[in-house]
Design a protein around this ligand. Sequence first.
Ligand SMILES: [Zn+2]
Length: 305
Amino acid sequence: MQSTLLPQQICKEIDKINRNFFWGDTEACKKIHLKNWSTVTSPKFIGGLGIKRAYAKNLALLANRAWALRNNLTDIWDKTLTFKYPPNHSASKNVSTTWADILKADHICTLGTGWRLGNGSSANFWVDNWSGRGPLRSMIHGLLNRNEELLKVCELWDHSGNWCLDRISFHLPTIIKDIICATPKPHTHLHDDSTDWFPSPNGEFSTKSAYHLACDLTSEAPNSKWKWIWKTPTLLRISTFIWLFCHNSLPTKSLLHNRKIFMDSSCPLCHTTPETPLHILLDCTVTTPIWSKIIPHPPPLPPFF
Ligand SMILES: [Zn+2]
């Protein structure tokens, strides 16, 4: 996976094997998949289990090599490939499949490349990601005239270092103006602009952040609603139970009824209401006394409003 881009069909098969193993499927017996695979393979900080999607993982590993080639890192085989295929070499039929496959992950490097501004004379105002929010060109539609297309960042600074957006011939949306103005001219204006890996705070490439880019997850903000589950000092199977509960995906009769597996959804203990996760754990008249024994004097619940 680190040197070859697997066919998508093989990646789907790998995902299928992972999925069947996770839910306990066998050839003879299919189990209920309580949550969709897209959620299961999301990172834990947004409510998934962090199981990797094969194709995206494959791309992230190849992007690792592509990043090394872009930045002339020192591994011997990176040097060999760079020597054999210099940056202006075109991808034709008679090239190494390893090199060709690495190039297929190069767009991940483009997505993750951020510009650290110096004198602003190298970073392209529209195409390069110097704001940390992606290329501005991807936020506007329509054609740019030739002169504007080639604008460097420094050409939009005035002598005082303030943004001078009057040089752009059309009206910029307020949201883009805000993004631009949030990036002031740096004090290190004597240095050239340089590139680094912007998803990592230290600017160094990481396969983990490349994987998030490959899955298009970089806009997802961590949610503390999910973090606490995995920080709770308990057995993994209890954490997984809580995770299913929070997704309202415990295999209760109510869920099985919705999936047309059971006809009857009523609670088997009190027979009064449907058996939902909240009912079976909290509201059921049979389970309430158990809670009372465990916590004889519960603290008052805060009001909802
Ligand atoms: Zn009940």
